[in-house]
Design a protein around this ligand. Structure first.
Ligand SMILES: NC(=O)c1ccc[n+]([C@@H]2O[C@H](COP(=O)([O-])OP(=O)(O)OC[C@H]3O[C@@H](n4cnc5c(N)ncnc54)[C@H](O)[C@@H]3O)[C@@H](O)[C@H]2O)c1
Length: 366
């Protein structure tokens, strides 16, 4: 659906068939760049009904919905929250507003879908998670990449044991990027890599330390490139390279296991994922005076699974609605957003210590 306006006509292109539970009444806060995509997906989803669009800039909201839309617009959050038809709110405003807007929604008894990052500090994220739990409400984070079919497949490969014991993760997310004024490159780009790692790692396997190094070669007052190194609890190593100053765009993650290795290159539609039957097997031969090592190189087939392309945000909004109706935690709940902030804050601490390893305590992964 390629349109700048969300109108009844565009929604009608994906006619809603009234089957299953009642659609979840949605209010959306934030009619900016990402809010436009979120609005389109709520309109297309049969399990949700977009009722309100709120933005401080009411004209931005009006432009987004178009003149003939039945979606109500307002610049006053309280007005939207007073509508009992609104069961849930998607917060798509800048990160510095997430705590205030999110708390207002939760206190009004609304389920919340919060954009990444959940908040700008661990303390703020803890308040959101605790309030949602106290109120018995769903708090979900839009960790969008976790809802791509490719990341879902990587998760299945790791969880089913097909990759074997995880040996390392190597992630590269670089391009000639938009130098941001509010956040550095770690806070801008690394949430994607870190939320994917959090999503695909099996229960009990977590990063236990983090070292962060970065640089600002163009003198903008914050890191424009950064490297995160994280030892995992099984002895494996994860590395993330994020960079706004790269002449080429690279979006690649490698997950190496003892049995298989998988490479996800997100810039090659139709062939994004390749699974390699490759690795090095080492056998220790005992009995000799000196223990000997036999090294065998495994270079088997590589497979590119046929994975249908689909929009991740469509799966995000469907999961939000399903978790509310089924009264269960969403796949990326508030606690996953909180863990992400613990890693980012520890990275900032390591940065102050010039890359020193900082311990991580990431409890609550199931
Ligand atoms: N999941 C993803 O892949 C992804 C991609 C892009 C952005 N995002 C996230 O989406 C959020 C918004 O980013 P964006 O690029 O759309 O920003 P944006 O600046 O384009 O839009 C933000 C909008 O929020 C409005 N706003 C600000 N404060 C408000 C408030 N208190 N109440 C109501 N409206 C308010 C602004 O007027 C603006 O229209 C951020 O948290 C960002 O990290 C996520």
């Amino acid at each position: 659906l390629k349109t700048d306006h969300v109108t009844p006509e565009t929604a009608a292109g994906h006619a809603k068939v009234p089957t299953g539970p009642r659609p979840v009444g949605i209010g959306l806060v934030g009619a900016g760049y990402w809010g436009r995509n979120v609005a389109r997906n709520f309109l297309d989803c049969g399990a949700t009904e977009l009722l309100w669009l709120c933005d401080l800039d009411e004209s931005a909201a009006a432009r987004l919905v178009g003149r003939r839309s039945e979606v109500r617009i307002t610049s006053e959050l309280d007005k939207m929250l007073a509508d009992s038809e609104v069961e849930a709110v998607a917060v798509v405003t800048p990160p510095r507003t997430h705590l205030e807007v999110g708390m207002a929604c939760l206190r009004a008894g609304k389920h919340v879908l919060m954009e990444k990052p959940l908040a700008t500090s661990v303390a703020a994220a803890e308040r959101l998670v605790a309030t949602a739990a106290e109120m018995g409400l769903t708090l979900m984070c839009d960790h969008t990449f976790c809802y791509t079919p490719h990341v879902r497949r990587i998760r299945d490969l790791i969880h089913s044991g097909e990759l074997g014991e995880l040996q390392y993760i190597d992630s590269t997310r670089v391009n000639l990027g938009l130098v941001q004024s509010e956040v550095d490159v770690l806070w801008d780009l690394a949430p994607h890599d870190l939320s994917i790692m959090d999503f695909v790692l099996p229960p009990g396997l977590v990063p236990v330390q983090i070292s962060a190094l970065g640089a600002d070669p163009i003198n903008v007052g914050q890191w424009c490139l950064g490297h995160l190194t994280m030892p995992l609890s099984n002895g494996a190593l994860a590395h993330v390279h994020v960079n706004w100053l790269s002449p080429t765009k690279i979006r690649q993650m490698v997950f190496a296991g003892s049995r298989r290795m998988v490479v996800w290159n997100d810039l090659v539609p139709g062939r994004r994922l390749t699974i390699f039957d490759a690795g090095i097997d080492v056998t220790h031969v005992e009995g000799d005076e000196r223990a000997r090592r036999m090294v065998g190189y495994r270079l088997g087939d590589s497979v590119t699974p046929a994975i249908p392309e689909s929009e991740a945000l469509a799966a995000v909004v469907a999961e939000f609605a399903a978790s509310i109706r089924e009264d269960r935690a969403p796949l990326t709940d508030g606690r996953s957003g909180l863990r992400l902030l613990r890693v980012l804050e520890a990275a900032s601490m390591s940065r102050r210590g010039h890359g020193a390893l900082v311990p991580l305590e990431l409890d609550g992964r199931e």
